[in-house]
Design a protein around this ligand. Structure first.
Ligand code: ADP
Length: 400
């Protein structure tokens, strides 16, 4: 009998589906792919097997079913169709699990109903995730579908970190509390950091800084999240590419009253026209740092606001954790931008944090330290791998 060791990871959005086929036997990626602009005439599938030979197909892919069917055909052509005996599970990224899901689950009707009930908390994401689950279940009826939630890692936050200090009845009636996001990445990176330190995750306290288009920080004590910067939605916390992060909540009614803005307009302002983009007109950190090097004042201010906010969270989480073994940078900006890492840690020497310029500038890609050798708190760069984490969680669930 063929042993089922492969997991298909699906990240299904409203108009795109990203997928990866991972063999858990050797933690090897066998193929990656994306179907973009589902439902549009310009829809396109790009499939890349690990051994090379990228393949592209034009649409039309009328809906998620057509898109996933095409992806399944490409995967089958490489030898692992949706009905392959080697497929142990399909692992689905689900953005919001509310306070219902504290770990991965095998999907059944009840799970689908619960994810559906959480749509008001993630209206842009959960519907696309559900579409992916329903479609994959129909295409691979014999294979367990596993939902892995971006919020699950944060369900260990103590109540005092998850609560907003507002009227409890109003909060509970509307599910208003801090759920966090990027949990799959924080889980993977904090565990990987413990391995880099050569210690068990239970013995290590880390602050993870996930800096991509969206940015969040997490305080992780002994492998469990005790605080994180994103809140009820992924708007709270750090300055991001286009999102404001923390602001005085009174700004919202003030803009409604004085500028006549509707709730949707304020939502759009804070989510899409703020952050680095709002401050300097660019949301890509490569462009921001290039402009800083040219002496551009607006870009300088944007970078300063961004790193100042990061330092406030690092200091705050050092106080929350008491003892910190490592501060670790991950995701697009965190993994690639030496200037952002240096500017963030600058001035934190009294707290035991420092960056070694040569180590920080190194072109090395893997998990690595960027602090000086004898620093009391390690500063590290650990590339995230959300797909591998989803595959691992799904595989562990179905094979135990
Ligand atoms: P997402 O949050 O969408 O998963 P990523 O983690 O891939 O995003 O991060 C994307 C962001 O990473 C880009 O918007 C860009 O600003 C930033 N980025 C990528 N490469 C670099 C680089 N070499 N220097 C600075 N920033 C970078």
């Amino acid at each position: 009998m063929t042993e089922a060791t492969r997991v298909l990871v699906l990240n299904s959005g409203s108009s795109s589906v990203k997928y990866q086929l991972i063999d858990m036997a050797g933690r090897r990626r066998l193929a990656t792919g994306i179907v973009e602009r589902i439902g549009e005439r310009s829809a396109r599938l790009v499939h890349t097997p690990a051994d090379g030979g990228r393949r592209e197909r034009g649409g039309p892919f009328a809906d998620h079913r057509a898109a996933l069917r095409a992806a399944a055909e490409e995967l089958a052509a490489d030898g692992t169709g949706f009905d392959s005996p080697e497929l142990a599970a399909v692992g689905h990224r689900v953005v919001h699990g509310g306070d219902v899901f504290s770990g991965p689950v095998v999907v059944d009707d009840r799970v689908i109903a619960d994810i559906e009930a959480l749509v008001p908390l993630a209206p842009l994401h959960n519907p696309g995730n559900l579409e992916g689950i329903r479609t994959a279940a129909a295409l691979s009826p014999g294979v367990p579908q596993v939902a892995v939630f971006d919020t699950a890692f944060h369900t260990t936050m103590p109540e005092y970190a998850a609560r907003y200090a507002i009227d409890v009845r109003t909060a509970d009636a509307h599910g208003i509390r801090r759920y966090g996001a990027h949990g799959t990445s924080h889980a993977y990176v904090s565990r990987r950091t413990a391995a880099l330190l050569g210690r068990a995750p239970e013995d290590v306290n880390v602050i993870v800084l996930h800096l991509g288009n969206g940015c969040s920080a997490a305080a992780v004590r002994g492998g469990r999240c005790v605080d994180t910067s994103m809140g009820m939605t992924p708007l709270e916390g750090l300055v991001m590419g286009t999102r404001s992060g923390d602001i005085d909540p009174a700004v919202v009614p003030y803009l409604a009253r004085t500028a006549g803005m509707s709730p949707d307009e304020v939502d759009e302002l804070l989510n899409r026209r703020s952050g680095l983009l709002g401050l300097c007109g660019d949301n890509d950190m490569r462009e921001v740092t290039r402009r800083v090097d040219e002496g551009d004042g607006a870009a300088r201010l944007a970078l300063d606001v961004y790193t100042h906010r990061l330092r406030k969270y690092i200091g705050g989480y050092m106080a929350v954790l008491g003892r910190v073994d490592a501060v670790v940078f991950t995701a697009g900006v965190g993994e690639n931008s030496a200037p952002v890492r240096a500017a963030t840690i600058a001035g934190l020497e009294p707290l035991g944090l420092a960056v070694d310029p040569d180590r920080n500038a190194s072109a090395e890609r893997g998990p690595r330290f960027i602090s000086p050798q004898y620093a009391s708190v390690a500063v590290a760069v650990v590339p995230t791998d959300e797909e591998l984490e989803i595959a691992g969680q799904a595989y562990d669930l179905v094979s135990t």
